[in-house]
Design a protein around this ligand. Structure first.
Ligand code: PEP
Ligand code: MN
Length: 466
């Protein structure tokens, strides 16, 4: 089916040509309701939820079908081995941290990582933020007890508040509207920033030069930065102007966890009859909600966005193949990304049979490495943390497995922030356990800070060059 043609027999200038049609009525988008949906909040007042979902059903889409199709095309190139995916952002965004500074620093960080990786692989890098909608978290337990008091667990700002009080922890559907607003504000900043032309290649490279100058590992990074300098000089010599070279195309993604939020924002593109989650360009299903018979797989099977599925270390090749049958029955490159999060100790053992059997089935999925969620540990202080070397080690294992199989290591999916937080151990500045007390701000899992994120990009670039 042609998904990029925007002409409309009724006239391209009509609103329908932009895919701005009204939401579907009860129909395909509601088929998930008959199935068990894991990790959904227990809202105390169904009428209040209904008012909110009605409002969302009438709200404008945050992204348009054509943009989702474009990302799908970009991811098809990744699936074919012609591009790399870089997906990153907070574990959990929070309403109080939507600001120009936080959004810009996250974007800058991803742009800087992307410039380094583009150079290392000599391929375009598809940049997808874990942002503008990453407000809901699956949790391992439904409740939390402190000093004999038991309350619902914090499930992300889209559901309840982090404070350990009854008032804060009761799920409040009004928060779904705040999620929509916060996502809209964030997306507005993303669009303004990427349209500003301020993140051109030479500017991004200058930022990388500044980072290297202050890094204890600068001797290891200078070779790559010099290589980028030479490549830019070459471009200038041919008459190209790297300062004008704009590689800031940027997409947004989040875990599609809360079906009461996603469902009313699902819209049908009148041109094509295809349905889209309009809350973000790409949505993924988490490791805990990817049951083949569950509501999430059913909902995702009805939308045409590019989608991801997280795969943990217990995933069998059969499960992966069944997920493909449900979610990518036509085996279209760009539709499905498997985000594998296996742990540094397991990646070399678990990944090869998955990749081999999926490849043998004829499916062309994107393989992305999430080196965060299989490497979480508890510090003596009780902080949830991760070691930079484990994260780097899992990425290395992921690339080695693909190299040995002759398949394409499609990309990486990381939890990061552009701020100088102290949540993960190690990295260029070698953070230790005592540093976790300085600036631990994550609402959920520990994120790479700005420097650690750039360390990761430079070190991955280094071993890709080997
Ligand atoms: C996450 O990405 O924050 C997450 C909860 O991951 P997973 O579903 O892989 O556990
Ligand atoms: Mn997380």
């Amino acid at each position: 089916m042609n998904t990029t043609d925007t002409t409309d027999t009724a006239g391209a200038s009509k609103p329908a040509a932009l895919g701005l049609g009204p939401a579907l009525g009860p129909g395909p988008r509601d088929t998930w309701r008959a199935l068990p949906a894991g990790q959904q909040p227990a809202y105390p007042d169904p009428a209040a939820l209904r008012r909110v979902t009605d409002e969302l059903a009438g709200a404008p889409p945050l992204v348009l079908p054509g943009e989702c199709d474009r990302l799908r095309d970009r991811l098809a190139a990744v699936a074919r081995g012609e591009a790399l995916l870089l997906q990153g952002g907070d574990c959990a965004e929070t309403f109080d941290r939507v600001s120009v500074d936080t959004v810009h620093s996250k974007l800058n960080t991803l742009m800087q990582m992307s410039a380094v990786l583009t150079y290392a692989v000599s391929m375009p890098v598809v940049k997808v933020g874990r942002l503008a909608g990453q407000y809901a978290k699956p949790r391992s337990k439904p409740t939390e007890s402190r000093d004999g008091v038991t309350l619902p667990v914090y499930r992300g700002d889209a559901v309840n508040g982090p404070d350990f009080t009854h008032g804060s922890r009761v799920p409040d559907p009004e928060r779904l509207l705040r999620m929509y607003q916060a996502s809209s504000h964030t997306l507005n900043l993303v669009r303004a920033f990427t349209a500003s032309g301020r993140a051109g290649l030479s500017q991004v490279h200058e930022w990388n030069r500044d980072f290297i100058a202050g890094s204890p590992l600068r001797a290891r990074y200078e070779g790559i930065a010099d290589g980028i300098d030479r490549a830019m000089n070459f471009m200038r010599a041919t008459g190209a102007r790297p300062q004008d070279f704009d590689d800031s195309e940027f997409f947004v993604s989040h875990e599609g966890l809360l079906l009461d939020y996603e469902s009313p924002l699902t819209r049908r593109d009148r041109r094509t009859g295809r349905s889209y989650a309009t809350s973000g360009h790409m949505l993924w299903i988490g490791e805990r909600t990817r049951d083949l018979d569950g509501a999430h797989v059913e909902y995702f099977s009805r939308i045409d966005n590019p989608i991801g599925v997280k795969l943990g270390p217990a995933t069998t090749a059969d499960t992966a193949l069944q997920l493909i049958d449900r979610l990518d029955p036509d085996r279209e490159p760009g539709r499905l990304t498997f985000v594998v999060r296996l742990g540094v100790d397991r990646v070399r053992e678990v990944l090869p049979p998955l990749v081999e059997k999926v490849t043998a089935s004829g499916a062309q999925v994107v393989w992305a490495c999430d080196p965060m969620h299989g490497n979480t540990l508890e510090a003596p202080s009780g902080h949830k943390t991760r070691r930079f070397d484990d994260i780097l080690g899992e990425v290395r294992g992921f690339f080695e497995v693909h190299r040995a199989l002759g398949t394409h290591p499609g990309g990486i999916h990381v939890e990061l922030t552009g701020d100088d937080v102290t949540e993960c151990l190690g990295g260029g500045h070698d953070l230790g356990f005592p540093d976790l007390f300085h600036r631990y701000e994550s609402a959920c899992d520990p994120r790479l800070n700005r420097g650690q994120s750039l360390d990761l990009a430079f070190l991955v670039a280094g071993f890709l060059d080997d």
